[in-house]
Structures are given as C-alpha cells and as structure tokens.
Ligand binder design. Sequence first.
Ligand SMILES: Cc1cc2nc3c(=O)[nH]c(=O)nc-3n(C[C@H](O)[C@H](O)[C@H](O)COP(=O)(O)OP(=O)(O)OC[C@H]3O[C@@H](n4cnc5c(N)ncnc54)[C@H](O)[C@@H]3O)c2cc1C
Length: 510
Amino acid sequence: MAPRSLRPGRDGGAPDAAGTAATGGADPAGPRRAVVVGGGISGLLAARELALGGLAVTVLEAGTRFGGSVGTHRVAGLDLDSGAESFATRSPAVAALLEELGLAADIVQPAAAGAWLQLPGEDLAAAAQPMPAGGIVGIPADPSAPEIVRAIGRDLAARAALDRVLPAGAAARRPGMSLGELVRTRMGEQVLRRLVSPVVSGVYSADPDVLDVDSVAPGLREALGREGSLAAAAASLRSAAPAGSTVASLRGGMGRLSRALEDQLRSAGAVLETGIRVDSLVRTEQSWEVGAEGRRWSADAVVLATDGPTAVDLLSPLPGLPALPDDARPAPGPGVALVTLVLDQPALDAAPRGTGMLVAREVEQVAAKALTHATAKWQWLADEAGPGTHVLRLSYGRALGPDDLASSADRAAFLPDDELFAQALADASALLQVPVGADDVVGWDVVRWTGALPSAAVGHKARVAAVRDAVGAVPGLEVVGAWLAGTGLAAVTADTRRRAAGLLAQLGTI
Ligand SMILES: Cc1cc2nc3c(=O)[nH]c(=O)nc-3n(C[C@H](O)[C@H](O)[C@H](O)COP(=O)(O)OP(=O)(O)OC[C@H]3O[C@@H](n4cnc5c(N)ncnc54)[C@H](O)[C@@H]3O)c2cc1C
C-alpha cells in the first residue's frame, strides 16, 4: 500500500467550554468528524485509518491510558508487556502495520526452543514434554506421530487415528458446534483434554466445550469436509500459514505498537481523551451524539471499539438500528491475572522448559494455566535483563467448563496479590523443576484483566453476523474489536482496517 500522510484535523469532536456538545452536524467547510469509543488497539487503529482518510478524529477511552490489552509495565527496571506480548504471523496484517509505523526493523522472532506441555502425573518432570508441532489449536496433524503417542499413550493415539476413517459429513456441515465436541467426536477425549484444552485455555481462558469452533478455528469445519478428516484439516490450515515461527513480536515489547499509534494520532492533531466512559449514543438528524457523564460529542461517524457487552449496551436502544437478537450481548470475558517475576536465578539460564509451558487443567499440583519464560523466548529481553536474570510470566484464570461457568471454579485468578505471588513462586518451581524462592526475586507485579478476553461461546459466529448486519444498515456507524474480529492482534488489525476503509468509503472521503 502506498504510504498516506496524516493530515492534522481540527478538534471538532471535542466538547465546548460548557462541557456540552460541539453543536450541530457536519460543517460543510471543515473535515468530517469521527468519534471512536474505546482506545484499545482496535480503537487506535480505526482512529488512525479515519485520520488518514481526512477525518477529524476524537478517541474517548474509559481507562487511564491507551492501548487496552496491549500495554507496558515496569518491573525491576525492565519495561515489560503487561498484556499481549506477541502477534500471530499466519496473516501479514500486523507486520504490514508495523512497517507503516516504521517499526519493521524491530520485529523479532522467538527463540527456536519452543514451548512445553505440562501433562498430569505424580511426577511433573516425567509428565512434561515439548509441545507437539504441526497442528492447530493443539489438534494434531498426525495422531500417530511419536510426540502424540508419548502425550496420550499408544491406545488412545490409535483411537485418535480413527479420525481418518470416520465419515466427515455431519460435523463438517453443522454450524454452532463446540470445539470440544468436534475434537472429542473425531479424536477422543484425551486428545481434547491433553492437547487441545491447554492451548485454547491459554488463549481464551475457556474450556473447548464452551467455545464456538467457527470462532476459534475459522475454516476448520470446511477443511474437514474438504479433506475428509480432522487431522488432515488441521494440517491443511497449518500449511496455509507461512513457514517458520507462528508468532513474532517487537524489540522492546508489543506495548510499542500502542505507543506508536497514539503518537501518530497525536501528531496528526487527533483528540485523545482518557477517563471518559461513554454511556450513550444518539443519532440526531444531522449527526451522531456520543455522551459520557453529562458531556457530549457530535460527529458525522462513530466507531464503537469497546468490549462486546459495552458495545451492545450502547447499540441496543438506538432508534433506526434493526433489532438485535435477544442473545446479542455476549457474556463478559473471564478474569485473568498475570504474575510477572524478575528473578536472579542462573539455574534458569539453561531454559529447562524452552520458551514456556502450557498446563493441562488436570495437573493438580499447579494453579497456573501457562508460564512464559520471557527471557528465554525473546533475546532482546535477555540482553536487557543481563546474565542470570530471568523474567517469568505466569497466567491464572484457567479454563472453565460448561458446568462451572457460573461458579468461581477458578479462584486462583482472584487471590489477593501477595497470595498470588506465593502461588506463582510455587508454580514456577514445580513447572521449571528449579527451586524459585522469594529471595531470588528482584521485582514482581500482578496485572489483572477483567473481561478483556472476549467470550467466543457456541453461537458466537451467528451473534457477530447479526450485530454486523444491524450496524451495516445504519449510515455512519461501525463496530470493531476482538469480540467481533476474534481474539488476537492479527485478527483485530485486519478486521479493523477493513471496517474503517468501509466507513470511509461510505462517507465518500475516499
Ligand atoms: C492478558 C492478555 C494477553 C494477550 N496476549 C496476546 C498475545 O500475546 N498476542 C495476541 O495477538 N493477542 C493477545 N491478546 C489479545 C489481544 O491483546 C486483543 O485481542 C486485542 O488487543 C484487543 O483489542 P481491542 O481494541 O479489540 O480491545 P481492548 O484492548 O479490550 O480495548 C477496548 C478498550 O475499550 C475501552 N472501553 C470499554 N468500554 C468503554 C466505554 N464505555 N467508553 C470508552 N472506552 C471504553 C477499554 O477501557 C479498552 O481500553 C491478549 C489479551 C490479554 C487480555
């Protein structure tokens, strides 16, 4: 794409001195105005695209900073990612954006060591093994491969291989199926529990029996129909992705992406406000009015870039919007807590479990669902930390099954900070098989994310389609974000750019 230049816009979306709306509709003499609600990556990116298209843009963010799930925290003098720490390279979307932002030279690949899988067993060391490669969302491309036989045993691997002879028909044709049901039917319970569940739990904090297969593995059912087996479908989706590592990041951390977008918007004259929790959206004859605690902003176009429940609450009372289905409002996402430990512990120099571990739910001795050995994964960080210093990040908020969704089955994510810290030390020691004590810790932090990982429960794809149809019928309105596009920077980047381009075309500015 040819580079476009950002033009300064007037701050037409800002409220007037009395704190009420900048009056009236669009000023035919000035640039059109857009208000973006939510300043996560989707909101910042939508704002950037609209600013590039010549609109005067205002971004309203409820929190105290921009970037949403992509941010930075400082622990023991190191700037570390507090949320997302990498992006999927299956599509070129994020790399292309980074290039446009002048960050391409700082894209880094993770260490080749790869991640490990902690399977249940009395002896945790014996039950740990390198993560099988080659499949998608943990579904093996070859159930007879030695690492799969090691993970689930010879008999169950033979059961999994039955997938190759089972007729593909019903599952391939049935939308609204859970990932769990699909994998269980084709390959058996143990493939689901030992291989798939740890992977999806790491990404979605949800049990595969709850997750809509079409949302978390788009194209998998179609590939099953085409290829005749789930293993072949996984292999075919995997081979469609570029060779090499499946993720990449930025030297200095993914938080740089948020900062680069924010900086670019500011230097283009966009108005960026934090501490504004938008609570109303109204369509007047000539413009939109966005409201928050008595303040109002008027605009020619509005982009909602919040979480799903908030977006549906803002959309639901909107006159002129086709009725949304009763179940349009997604459940709030699960609570996740991340404990970062910066340790002086040279025994970890050997990276005993590669770049980190995914933990099967059935592992009783450990409460964490995943551990990232960040200094083993990212060389730039190892260089910054220095010899013998290590950064570990443990995630809490384990997968909940359909039966415990309403309960607090995973209490670990809600423990007070000091208890969670103690738990993280115990979990790190058990998973890495290296004793990690409070004396080794040079800094630590707990970051809690509430509702940041959108629910992708069965029926989600249909819900998304219904919301998009309704929003598409209203001029000057767009909705973006991970709850619609799918979790992850690759999904939100590609989708947000597409949606922003559509809105610009609709406004006749390109
Ligand atoms: C802990 C964690 C780790 C992750 N790791 C990775 C990873 O390694 N790789 C990857 O690709 N993806 C990862 N993800 C997912 C990825 O970060 C998200 O999919 C993506 O950042 C979502 O961006 P978003 O803008 O759609 O939503 P968000 O980042 O959630 O932003 C939404 C914003 O809207 C604001 N908002 C909500 N309501 C209002 C309101 N009423 N008024 C104004 N503002 C409002 C919120 O405060 C928030 O800032 C991770 C997510 C989390 C939580």
